[in-house]
Write a protein that binds this ligand. Structure first.
Ligand code: SF4
Length: 227
């Protein structure tokens, strides 16, 4: 499979935020979100066999901890990434899959925790979520919305209610988008939507969703890779 990088860091998002995690970042994406911070994954990378990827994950996490399969869009390499996820599960890892949900998730092993990043209008990629994937969601999965405006917030709020996500998944995450040009300063001023504003909207609507901040952007320079 085509791999951009494999590294160990702190998980910055989801209900696993704050935990050490090995990231397997696959090359290639078929979307072009306006605030994407992973454009370096769109091309390049190197070919690695499944065994080579497993070996690198084992070297970085001999304790068999948390592994996230991410990108780019990892499901573009479904033929290779599905067996990889199964082998990681068999070896005792807890496996997360970060995906936009644009590709079918039907073949993802059930024990994998899917973190589905449903694209909102200001991403420029609205309506790319493959609605049949609602049926593939497991009670341990999480659905994430990255927001940069009131319009995005209302889209996410209505999506959560319309599809009764509270009864389908473990968590619904509302996360302010972070400026892709941010460098140096590590504070909320680089969020494209003020977290306080988002919190007030959530409370006003009594939404049972989780406000998420990308904590790795507050720990390291937001422009850094492999963190
Ligand atoms: S889906 Fe992810 S990697 Fe692809 S353009 Fe959007 S944010 Fe970037």
């Amino acid at each position: 499979m085509q791999i951009t990088e494999i590294y160990k860091s702190i998980q910055g998002e989801s209900t696993h935020a704050g935990l050490p995690c090995v990231f397997v970042r696959l090359t290639g994406c078929n979307l072009r979100c306006t605030w994407c911070d992973s454009e370096y994954t769109f091309s390049g990378g190197r070919r690695m066999t499944l065994e080579a990827v497993l070996g690198e994950v084992e070297r970085l996490s001999p304790e068999r901890g948390l592994v996230e399969i991410t990108g780019g869009e990892p499901m573009l390499q479904e033929q290779e990434v599905v067996p990889l996820m199964q082998r990681l599960l068999d070896a005792g890892y807890t496996v997360l899959l970060e995906t936009s949900g644009e590709r079918s998730l039907e073949r993802v092993p059930k024990a994998v925790v899917k973190i589905v990043d449903v694209k909102c209008p200001d991403s420029g990629e609205e309506d790319t979520f493959h609605s049949a994937n609602l049926e593939a969601l497991q009670p341990h999965d999480e659905v994430k919305f990255v927001l940069s405006s009131r319009r995005d917030y209302e889209f996410a709020r209505d999506f959560v209610c319309r599809h009764s996500l509270a009864g389908r998944v473990k968590a619904m995450l509302f996360s302010p988008a972070f400026s892709k040009d941010a460098a140096g300063a590590r504070d909320a001023s680089h969020c494209l939507l003020d977290p306080r504003q988002l919190a007030e909207w959530m409370l006003a609507d009594s939404l049972a969703v989780r406000l998420g901040l990308q904590i790795h952007k507050f720990i390291w320079d937001p422009a850094m890779k492999s963190v």
